[in-house]
Design a protein around this ligand. Structure first.
Ligand SMILES: [Zn+2]
Length: 450
């Protein structure tokens, strides 16, 4: 077993080393030794303070799963034709200098999330053949919020000096103090923004890289009882945020997939080994194999900790909801994708803005999103981009064929209002995707060239 707390980062203040002695008692809260994620422990802690909380989380999961099961098969079509644009606000709450992570790491994290959730990761070729048919994807487009809750322009990044009451311990997952307006930074409305806090969670002694709150707020949760809306979101240690973070405590997290894992929790997924009762407790997902324990940063493809009913699969170390080495992680399953999709629909209904990528064969269809309209969607020769913004923007568009090959691309600089004419007469007949980006949003439109 790899002991994370023995890998001491010399850039940390030396006084922290002495805290190790005190923190061993805290570690008893973690049932299986060192953890990289405290999401399950946070649920149990909430349940201790607010009895019934865990039952509510489980009931939500069951309701969402029923919806996913009832729509299996039909959803794949819908999801492929709709992009869900999800605004993310990143609260960088620093206590020192190194935890004030640069914008570049934040941008790289958004890229990783979009790549992995949409299953555009090149390393999916490493997925073992037995699991390839199970690979799932979502059309989620995470973007840094462009407006704040008052409607003012925003970079989607907030920087603040934190002041936790017990500062020697950094921020604490159980008191969740990074979301406190005085000790940390208060969330933006959690129904409309995906709030992410990046801070010092004392990873070195605790081995804790992050935690997230599952979707809640269903009808079965009594009005007037404890509401966790001010806590909804994802918290990640600054050493684990972004790709190739210079402060990582283990090379196995260099790909930046701690956030992919935590976003999975945020959209209602459990750990693949289901946290308790090895091989008995299940994660509720039928296309993930049963697994006895977390993989503990391994990449061991020979591991098969539980016997599955029917086909006996090995442990799915490829799954983002394991604790395997992130270089071996490369997939969510189809059913995990379904669960996340229906959690977004049912329990986070105000979070995403949708663009519908329909219009195949509908000649006069005009599809608009944030000042960008595209028409017609069925054409022989010309497609029009109708651009209308409040201020000037730089637009990039590309047209790709069904194999993802670029047929045409262009920058349109400093445009406020313009109709751009695109000649596609030389394209072979077929289906194409027009991708339009203003560097904050990505808009896809399907087009048929006949
Ligand atoms: Zn987790």
């Amino acid at each position: 077993m790899k002991s994370l707390f023995l890998i001491l980062n010399t850039k940390r203040p030396m006084k922290k080393i002495f805290l190790l002695l005190f923190l061993f008692s805290s570690l008893e809260q973690f049932s299986q030794g060192l953890k990289i994620c405290a999401s399950y422990e946070v649920i149990k802690e909430q349940d201790r303070m607010h009895p019934g909380y865990k039952a509510m989380v489980d009931a939500n999961f069951t309701a969402v799963k029923s919806m996913a099961d009832a729509n299996r098969g039909s959803r794949a079509v819908n999801a492929a034709d709709t992009i869900y644009h999800i605004p993310v606000v990143v609260h960088v709450v620093r206590l020192a200098t190194e935890d004030n992570i640069p914008d570049s790491l934040i941008y790289s994290q958004i890229e990783v999330l979009n790549r992995d959730f949409n299953h555009r990761n090149d390393d999916s070729i490493q997925t073992r053949n037995a699991f390839k048919p199970l690979m799932g994807r979502l059309n989620f487009d995470f973007f840094l919020a462009t407006t704040d809750p008052l409607g003012n322009p925003s970079t989607g990044i907030i920087r603040k000096l934190g002041a936790p009451a017990i500062s020697l311990f950094g921020f604490n997952a159980f008191s969740d103090n990074v979301k406190d307006p005085v000790e940390g930074d208060a969330p933006w409305p959690t129904d409309k923004y995906l709030n992410v806090w990046v801070c010092n969670l004392n990873t070195i002694p605790l081995g804790l890289l992050g935690y997230a709150y599952p979707p809640t707020g269903a009808a079965n949760w009594d009005a007037g009882s404890y509401i966790d809306s001010a806590q909804q979101g994802v918290v990640i240690d600054y050493t684990a945020f972004g790709r190739n973070n210079p402060y990582i405590i283990d090379p196995g997290i260099a790909p930046g997939r701690t956030a992919v894992h935590e976003f999975g929790h945020y959209f209602g997924l459990r750990h693949i080994w289901a946290d308790e009762a090895a091989c008995v407790e299940d994660d509720g997902i039928s296309d993930t194999p049963t697994q006895g324990d977390q993989t503990n940063f391994d990449c061991d493809t020979s591991k098969n900790s539980c016997t599955d009913i029917g086909t006996d699969y090995p442990d799915m170390i490829e799954n983002y909801m394991d604790y395997s080495n992130e270089f071996c992680q490369n997939m969510f399953t189809k059913e995990q994708a379904d669960i996340m999709f229906y959690n977004l629909q049912m329990l986070r209904p105000n979070l995403a803005q949708k663009t519908v990528v329909y219009g195949v064969g509908i000649a006069d269809e005009k599809v608009s999103f944030k000042g960008i309209s595209v028409y017609p969607t069925l054409t022989k020769d010309l497609v029009y981009l109708d651009l209308n913004f409040d201020g000037e923007k730089n637009i990039h568009y590309s047209i790709t064929d069904q194999m993802g090959r670029s047929m045409k691309s262009e920058e349109i600089s400093q445009v406020k209002s313009k109709v751009e004419k695109i000649d596609v007469s030389s394209f072979p007949s077929g289906i194409y995707i027009i991708n339009i980006s203003d560097n904050k949003h990505l808009f896809h439109q399907k087009m048929v060239k006949n």
